[in-house]
Write a protein that binds this ligand. Structure first.
Ligand SMILES: [Zn+2]
Length: 250
């Protein structure tokens, strides 16, 4: 179990969501609808758009800004992925509150799926920073903070696209809610982050990753069908062969 799964369980355990009671013939099926404004005291979602680079040498716990949901601390061996519980919980509740104002039929189950989406997105984002750091150690590339943030968000996008199918947590979410949530999560406005759209296309993304993590790799693999960028993101962050640690921050 990753820290993403652990954190999802922790947040749900301390949040009271309405649960389905046994169905009877004269009851509407939407009985686990969230009460309107259940998270009305959560911060405005714009707070979470004020993102600052989350890949670097050192990060305090608790995080310095409520917008920091996760960080990746560069390797002095190992690298460290941290997910911040309080900030992620605040972001989730803000996202639900925002969505409810546009679509009042958010159920408890769908609220849980939004939490899955948020936590796993942040986790994938930090794993991408690990991939970049790992490659720098091997291939000697240069750290480009803002370019790496654009690629990290683009990687979240690629990951989401791979999880859109009908039997995934996202596929089971109400499509209207899904559209609202994804639009908000990817409406990035901070420097670096907002450039992710340049790499939304998978082929362009993989080429950009290859050029970033191993600038001379193009010559090494010229004339082959090997795609270094795709290999890096698909294989380096391998749970069974990892050079990072992960923890839940406060
Ligand atoms: Zn980042």
């Amino acid at each position: 179990m990753t820290i993403a799964d652990t954190l999802i369980k922790q947040i749900l355990a301390q949040t009271e969501l309405p649960q389905l009671s046994p169905a009877s013939d004269d009851e509407a099926p939407e009985e686990d609808l969230l009460p309107p404004g259940i998270f009305a005291d959560s911060p405005d979602f714009d707070v979470f758009r004020d993102r600052v680079p989350d890949s670097g040498e050192r990060f305090p716990d608790p995080a310095e800004s409520p917008a920091i949901l996760g960080t990746y601390q560069h390797m002095s061996s190992p690298g460290i992925i941290t997910l911040y519980r309080r900030n992620i919980e605040g972001c989730w509740k803000s996202l639900i509150n925002h969505a409810q104002r546009r679509f009042p039929f958010v159920t408890s189950k769908d609220a849980e799926r939004v939490l899955d989406l948020l936590v796993l997105s942040v986790y994938q984002h930090e794993r991408f920073h690990y991939v970049c750091d790992f490659c720098r150690r091997l291939f000697g590339g240069q750290f480009d903070r803002l370019h790496e943030e654009a690629l990290a968000v683009a990687y979240e996008w690629q990951w989401l696209r791979a999880n859109l199918g009908g039997n995934t947590f996202f596929g089971r979410m109400h499509p209207t809610l899904g559209r609202i949530v994804v639009r908000e999560l990817f409406d990035q406005r901070a420097p670096g982050y907002r450039d992710w759209r340049n790499f939304a296309n998978a082929a362009i993304f993989h080429d950009a990753v290859a050029a970033y993590v191993h600038p001379t790799g193009g010559q090494v693999f010229a004339g082959t069908s090997f795609n270094l960028g795709r290999w890096a993101v698909e294989h380096i962050a391998d749970d069974r062969n990892k050079a990072w640690e992960e923890k839940i921050g406060t």
